[in-house]
Structures are given as C-alpha cells and as structure tokens.
Design a protein around this ligand. Structure first.
Ligand SMILES: NC(=O)c1ccc[n+]([C@@H]2O[C@H](COP(=O)([O-])OP(=O)(O)OC[C@H]3O[C@@H](n4cnc5c(N)ncnc54)[C@H](OP(=O)(O)O)[C@@H]3O)[C@@H](O)[C@H]2O)c1
Length: 161
C-alpha cells in the first residue's frame, strides 16, 4: 500500500524557502498518529528540512542521488524502482516534498490531504493537481481550528478509483 500524506493551502502550496509555510500542531499530531509504525519515504530536501533526523518509530527512507550516508535512515537513489518493488502488504507513506509528490502521485493508492484554509504568499513548492476523475474523496473531517496558528484545517482521504 502506497500512501501520500501532505498539507496543502488553497493553491496547493506546500513549502516556502525549504521549510513548511506554517506550524500547525493539530496537523503534526495527525501526521504522527497516521504514520506511526509505518515506513516513511522523503526527498533529500525534506530530510534536510527535518534537521537530518529520522522520524522516531518509523522506517525512514530518503530518496537522493547525492547523499551517501544518513544516520537512522536508509537512502535509495532510484525512486521508481523502490516503489515498484515495495511489498503490497506493507504500508509506505510518501511524506514529501514537491519533487517526490510529483513523481509518485500516479503510483499511490491513497492520499491523506490536510486542507489548510489560507493562501501562502511567496510559496515556492506545490502539490500536483488532484484529478477528481482519478481520485474519490472517501473521508472528510469537520473544519478544525488549530489553536496555536489559528488556521482552519480539514483532514481528507482520497482513494484511487
Ligand atoms: N506541506 C507539506 O505537507 C510538506 C511535506 C513535505 C515537505 N514539504 C516542503 O517541501 C519542500 C521540499 O520539497 P522539494 O521539492 O524542494 O524537495 P524534495 O522533494 O523533498 O527533495 C528533492 C530531492 O530529492 C531527490 N530526488 C527527487 N527525485 C529523485 C529521483 N527520482 N531519484 C533520486 N533522487 C531524487 C533529489 O535529491 P539529490 O539532489 O540529493 O539527488 C532532489 O534534490 C520544503 O519546503 C518542505 O518544507 C511540505
């Protein structure tokens, strides 16, 4: 099972200056609970944005053609082959960033999208268009206001049709 998990704004923005455009602790808790115990795969730049530290209690995989070593994580230089050989009965979460989402949206079974009700000014990284002829929305939460950031978010899940 290949899942994508991401938080996006109204224009599909996901990043700015190599970092997340927001700090939404409600979404971080959701991300942690959803991915806990599974394997997570990320691009080299997302790994660096996490301070080059593995997410605890998850198998961490970094996609990179330049990185040779990473403490607490595995490195794969070949994204397509890695996904193709992933065992169907195991859960892999693709956790970003923009380049990796773009290369894997056509290979994923499920999307976990957190909609953030804002428009990030100066965003430089985006999630690809979610084509509703390909994806069905199967879950949608109530609107939740994150206390710290005061941003309104909605948790959704999409299944490939
Ligand atoms: N909102 C969210 O939920 C969310 C989630 C995650 C990340 N983000 C944001 O997204 C931004 C980072 O995204 P990004 O697009 O700049 O970078 P990225 O996708 O995290 O990483 C890109 C790097 O991954 C490696 N890579 C990509 N495709 C590859 C392939 N086919 N084979 C081998 N290596 C490959 C390359 O590393 P090498 O150059 O080492 O070869 C490339 O430079 C940050 O702003 C981050 O905060 C947001």
């Amino acid at each position: 099972m290949i899942n994508i998990i991401v938080a996006i704004d109204k224009n599909n923005a996901i990043g700015k200056n190599g970092d997340m455009p927001w700090h939404i602790s409600t979404d971080l808790k959701y991300f942690k609970a959803t991915t806990m115990g599974a394997a997570v795969l990320m691009g080299r730049r997302t790994w660096q944005s996490l301070g080059c530290r593995p997410l605890p209690k998850r198998r961490n995989i970094i996609v990179s053609s330049t990185l040779k070593e990473a403490q607490g994580a595995e490195i794969t230089p070949n994204l397509e082959e890695f996904i193709k050989n992933w065992p169907k009965e195991e859960t892999l979460f693709i956790i970003g960033g923009g380049e990796i989402y773009k290369s894997t949206i056509n290979l994923a079974d499920k999307l976990y999208i957190t909609y953030v009700n804002c428009e990030v000014e100066g965003a430089d990284t985006f999630f690809p268009h979610i084509d509703e002829s390909v994806w069905s929305k199967v879950e949608e939460s109530e609107k939740i206001v994150d206390e710290g950031s005061n941003l309104e978010i909605v948790f959704t899940q999409y299944q490939r049709k």
